[in-house]
Write a protein that binds this ligand. Structure first.
Ligand code: 4AD
Ligand code: MG
Length: 471
């Protein structure tokens, strides 16, 4: 919002958050979206005119000119004594769905086209911007190149088969080949095509040419997960570094996360103060044993200032097996032996109850991880790592990559991944292969952590989830 000194003449534009008044004076809280703080406008009813005042309702767009003065009221240092006003756009109070009261997050999701005008979403959008800026700055300062990985692709990098298909074939009359399968030769790309689940494979191509790159783009997964941490369209930051081993990879990810948290603490103080209070109010409605011990800002400070706990998958399994919730059969999936995939309640137990700090779990069983991860000496595990955050669970997933052609081909064969289709990927291993590593940061999960928003649908402007692709 506008800044200035007492006595200064100002012209400001923005939207009305609320209006209140007495007989002669009307106070309007105006906000232009640049900060959580409103500017108080003071109207002399006679000077402005009854008719104009009536049109200044919540949501209306205004242009006003006036003089800044020190405020007599509590809540703001300055206010603007309005001399001229133009109502740029009215917002019929009978029909405008946002009113100056608390709306539920569920209701606001239904009006996601208007929710950026609320305090909460304004704060989230501004923090989202700052976090993106921090990530770009972090990598730029380290000499990484920003790589634009393709969105349309023929590969499924994670091999989970959760891709959205892209086609221009006539769905009413799909062409078939002699064996009765869909004839993709007649499709736009003459091949079966989908939206990317990850830019990693292309990122590797570039890293093995220019050293250190990162992607930052939308990724798409058709997994039918209706959770507070899954979106069908989410943004991922994927750095990929030549000559990095798993250790270097973990160190970079930890440094990046701390840098982004610190940047947000330093540059979003007002928005964080607002969200901190919002979160503390929310905590009060939770049962005592589910409440956070730390406030939002304390959690951010903690993460920025403390080393992450590092633990192998095998050690984690031992802790989980012996844990109270496992022995009392409180986990949805009991932890019985080595080799099982960790569920989110296992991860949250480790992070929130056992260690009470962010963790990096590494050296996972090869059978629960993707084909491209580097096999360890033990032949059972791969050089994978996941970073787990309190309240979020997995925020980063990455690995050292299998750079040895024979081992990679062997793993692909074991997992039934046809090597012809990925021949371009294998070329990096055929020609000048070197050790390299990378990881993916789920950008929305990062924003959840930074803002304390409990549902991932509330940290992306227009969420896409099963059954929901509005706006
Ligand atoms: O662990 P994931 O699947 O790893 C990859 O995609 C690798 N190719 C990354 C790499 O090594 N370059 O996904 C990485 C992160 C997860 O840790 C999580 O934070 C986020 O992406 N993520 C999702 N976020 C929101 N909605 C979903 N459906 C997500 N799936 C993964
Ligand atoms: Mg993962």
């Amino acid at each position: 919002m506008a800044q200035g000194k007492a006595g200064e003449d100002l012209c400001v534009k923005g939207w009305v958050r609320n209006r209140r008044g007495s007989k002669n004076v009307t106070f309007v809280a105006l906000n232009d979206g640049s900060t959580i703080n409103n500017l108080q406008l003071v109207f002399d009813r006679y000077r402005a005119g009854e008719d104009t005042i009536r049109r200044i309702t919540t949501g209306a767009g205004l242009s006003v000119a006036g003089t800044l003065q020190e405020s007599q009221g509590a809540g703001q240092a300055f206010e603007l004594i309005v001399k001229e006003v133009e109502v740029l756009g009215e917002a019929d109070p009978e029909r405008y769905p946002l009113q100056p009261k608390k709306h539920s997050m569920e209701f606001l999701r239904e009006i996601a086209h208007l929710r950026p005008r609320t305090n909460t979403f304004g704060a989230v959008l501004r923090i989202r911007h700052e976090a993106a800026y921090a990530l770009h700055t972090f990598f730029h300062e380290k000499g990484f190149y920003y790589l634009n990985a393709p969105i349309l692709t023929t590969s499924d990098a994670e091999g989970a088969g959760e891709t959205f298909k892209v086609t221009t074939l006539n769905l009413e009359n799909v062409p078939k080949n002699e064996s009765g399968d869909v004839d993709f030769k007649q499709d736009f790309f003459e091949k079966e095509t989908n939206l990317t689940v990850s830019g990693q494979l292309e990122g590797e191509l570039a890293a093995l040419a220019v050293g250190e790159i990162y992607t930052f783009g939308p990724t798409f997964r058709a997994e039918n997960s209706n959770t507070t941490r899954h979106l069908a369209e989410f943004w991922m930051v994927e750095p990929e570094m030549a000559f990095y081993d798993l250790e270097d990879n973990m160190a970079l990810a930890e440094e990046m996360l701390k840098y982004t948290v610190k940047h947000t603490l330093e540059n979003c103080a007002d928005d964080l103060a607002f969200l901190n209070k919002r979160q503390q109010d929310e905590e009060k409605s939770k049962p005592q044993n589910e409440r956070n011990e730390l406030s939002l800002v304390e959690r951010l400070q903690f993460v920025a200032g403390n080393d992450f706990e590092r633990l192998t998958y095998s050690d984690a399994i031992e802790i989980l097996k012996r844990s109270k919730p496992n022995q009392k059969k409180k986990f949805q999936y009991p932890v019985e032996g080595w080799g099982v995939d960790l569920q989110s309640d296992h991860e949250r137990f480790l992070v929130e109850k056992h260690f009470k700090k962010p963790m990096i779990l590494y050296d996972y069983p090869k059978n629960i991880k993707a084909f491209y991860m580097r096999r360890n000496e033990d032949d059972k595990t791969v050089a994978a790592m996941d970073i787990l955050f309190p309240g979020i669970g997995e925020i980063v997933g990455g690995s050292q990559r299998e750079e040895r052609l024979d081992k990679l081909e062997q793993r692909m064969a074991e997992m039934n991944i046809p090597s012809e289709a990925l021949s371009w990927y294998l070329d990096t291993r055929r020609f000048g292969t070197v050790p390299h590593s990378g990881y993916g940061l789920g950008f929305e999960r990062m924003i959840q952590f930074l803002t304390g928003m409990s549902n991932i649908r509330d940290v992306i402007p227009f969420p896409r989830t099963p059954g929901n692709c509005e706006f």
